[in-house]
Design a protein around this ligand. Structure first.
Ligand code: NDP
Length: 274
């Protein structure tokens, strides 16, 4: 029987993870099945336990369960402990092991797929929610010249900067505090694009060869990428590559095999363009 994996979320119907992992399995010759599972908002732990009872080997976790998956894990990888959230569960020897591959996925998409090195760059991270928290340590590991966390609620950005202060000096504040500063990379980790809202970004934020990266993806420019284009950002990228790369990293955690992502990413990009 094929090994069984799943992604848990609510909602989950539109998840691309089953088709991404099916493509990885086919390309690497791994014998596995991967399903989308809708967990009730108040029933995540019970859904995961039932899945384990039925032979599940591992699972991805998406909105709104990443923090709950963190608490459910009996053991955590270092990067999951840092992120305070789990997107990848492995069920081994009766134990639930939590990992977080979001940050690795973002960094690989930027440095490998987009061929944009982060070392020595000034990075602006917009947002201070779960997605922002998950990518801070992997971004700092690339040795940027500076990292600034800007958030609508300044206190949350400040708290994040303090939580990672042992790794590097991180600046933080609200959007007004970045006025007059220039960045090489600006990463949108807010959920503002989801509701079609633009961020109150000051002018002249983007250095000439800068990269504007939105963790959200879709057809055409997101509101953030539209703003960045208007402000003269040199390159624009959405989060489709991050999605595929975090999945590849999860596949590697489970199977010890790293699938190629280029062809699949190109396929998904074509589908998205319709
Ligand atoms: P959270 O709910 O944890 O955080 C939301 C963040 O967005 C907060 O910082 C919040 O600010 C800010 N925000 C929300 N609305 C606005 C607004 N109108 N103006 C300014 N700031 C706003 O969400 P997550 O961190 O879990 O997710 C953030 C985004 O990242 C989502 O769009 C998600 O889809 C995407 N994502 C993409 C991934 C990928 O693989 N491509 C992986 C993970 C996430 P405040 O603190 O002031 O409320």
């Amino acid at each position: 029987m094929s090994d069984l994996y799943a992604v848990f979320g609510n909602p989950i119907a539109h998840s691309k993870s089953p088709s991404i992992h099916a493509a990885f399995a086919a390309a690497t010759g791994q014998d596995l099945r991967y399903e989308a599972r809708l967990a009730p908002v108040d029933g995540f732990a019970a859904s995961v336990r039932e899945f384990v009872t039925h032979g599940g080997k591992g699972a991805n976790v998406t909105v709104p369960f990443k923090e709950e998956a963190f608490r459910l894990s009996g053991k955590l990888s270092e990067r999951a402990a840092r992120a305070g959230a789990v997107n990848t569960l492995s069920f081994r020897d009766g134990e639930i092991v939590g990992d977080n591959t979001d940050g690795a996925g973002l960094v690989r998409d930027i440095t490998h797929n987009l061929a944009y090195p982060l070392a020595g760059k000034r990075i602006l991270l917009l947002g201070a929610g779960g997605a922002a928290r998950g990518v801070i340590a992997p971004l700092l590991a690339e040795a940027p010249a500076a990292l600034f966390i800007a958030n609508r609620t300044a206190d949350k950005a400040q708290a994040l900067a303090e939580a990672f202060a042992d790794l590097a000096a991180v600046d933080a504040g609200n959007f007004a505090k970045i006025a007059g500063q220039r960045f090489d990379v600006a990463i949108n980790a807010t959920s503002a694009s989801l509701s079609g809202q633009a961020l109150p970004l000051p002018a002249d934020l983007f250095a000439p060869d800068s990269l504007a990266y939105d963790m959200m993806y879709g057809q055409g420019d997101t509101p953030f990428l539209g703003q960045a284009r208007q402000q003269g950002a040199g390159r624009l990228a959405d989060g489709l590559g991050m999605l595929v790369e975090q999945a590849a990293e999860a596949f590697f955690v489970w199977r010890g095999v790293r699938p190629a992502t280029g062809p699949l990413l190109a396929d998904l990009r074509r589908q998205l363009a319709g």
